[in-house]
Design a protein around this ligand. Structure first.
Ligand SMILES: NCc1[nH]cc(CCC(=O)O)c1CC(=O)O
Length: 321
């Protein structure tokens, strides 16, 4: 069955350059599929973009980047929202659903610096910028001689802070830099062994209002879905969900799909990097949540629950930024 041809679609997007690039990317794909359709992008500012002086884990986490876009859809001002999947909460509010997951870009973390080639090259006391608890935990564990300082804001803001000398180096998602045409800023990429990516990193998702009767948006958007990416991120997000899924704990989950099978690795740690639980398993790609649950169970058999309790204690004790 071919979906009914939409005549007009409005895409809600954050206004950062990366978000706009992603919305444009979706627009371009949709206009190839539906050449008769007029497609507009509605740019909006979210609370996550406004609050730059506090750690996200302290002010409500991922939902801050999607709420305004959901309100626009609920009020009929937009039909779909394009998100970095990493910023999408594990449980969407009632009445919303993900209609498609696009093919993943590079899922790895990137080391960015004007003066140093890698984390290993940084001298003792060098300041590394990241506000991700996951990245912070990794650096604290492997490079205890480095100093981690918070770094918020969109990609351009973060690169600007690096360039004006606030940091010796920063860690960013490779995907964002590549999408913005800045791959040359990447001094080296961290392998998943060195820095296991966050659930959903490098993937984009399209969110819609469920159950619209005027148009079958799921069918309209289905051709944009990338099956292998969807399977991988479903497994990753399951682990995130089991462990409470916000930005509150250092948590990594990364799956690769080859044919009918998938391999999932996940990790939870304390922010100071002192305690880590890591587990991995292969399983059928058609049952991603089951594999996510199994890997979560393995983490639970290690001291994942003690780690979570300690995360809470460290979070309560941590400064706000
Ligand atoms: N948390 C912010 C965020 N959300 C998505 C990306 C990058 C692109 C992606 O992972 O899809 C970033 C920036 C970063 O982590 O450096």
């Amino acid at each position: 069955m071919t979906p009914q041809q939409p005549s007009r679609l409005i895409i809600a997007s954050r206004e950062s350059r990366l978000a706009m690039w992603q919305a444009e990317h979706v627009r371009a794909q949709l206009s190839l599929l539906y050449p008769q359709c007029s497609i507009e992008i509605l740019g909006m500012t979210t609370r996550g973009d406004q609050i730059l002086d506090r750690a996200l884990s302290k002010v409500g986490g991922k939902g801050l980047f999607v709420k305004e876009l959901e309100v626009a859809m609920a009020e009929g001002r937009a039909d779909l929202a394009v998100h970095s999947l990493k910023d999408v909460p594990m449980d969407l509010p009632d009445g919303f659903e993900l209609a498609a997951v696009l093919e993943r870009e590079d899922p790895r973390d990137a080391f960015v610096s004007n003066d140093y080639a890698s984390l290993d090259a940084l001298p003792p006391g060098a300041i590394v910028g990241t506000s991700s608890l996951r990245r912070q935990s990794l650096i604290a564990a492997r490079y205890p001689h480095l100093v981690i300082k918070p770094l918020r804001g969109n990609l351009d803001t973060r690169l600007g802070k690096l360039d004006r000398g606030d940091y010796a180096a920063i860690i960013l998602a490779a995907a964002g830099l590549k999408r913005l045409g800045l791959p040359q800023r990447i001094r080296c990429t961290l392998t998943p062994d060195e820095s296991l990516p966050a659930a959903g990193q490098g993937a984009m998702a399209i969110e819609i209002v469920s159950g619209r009767t005027d148009i079958d948006l799921r069918a309209v958007l289905a051709p944009l879905n990338h099956a292998a990416t969807e399977q991988a991120v479903r497994a990753e997000r399951k682990v995130s969900k089991v462990f409470g899924g916000s930005c509150q704990i250092p948590l990594a989950a990364f799956a690769t799909v080859v044919g009918d099978s998938m391999h999932l690795t996940a990790m939870v740690a304390t922010p100071d990097g002192q305690r880590t639980a890591r587990a991995e398993l292969s399983g059928p790609a058609h049952a991603p949540e089951a594999l996510g649950q199994q890997v979560s169970d393995l983490l639970g058999q290690q001291d994942a629950h003690a780690i979570l309790a300690e995360c809470k204690a460290q979070a309560d004790a941590a400064p706000d930024v």
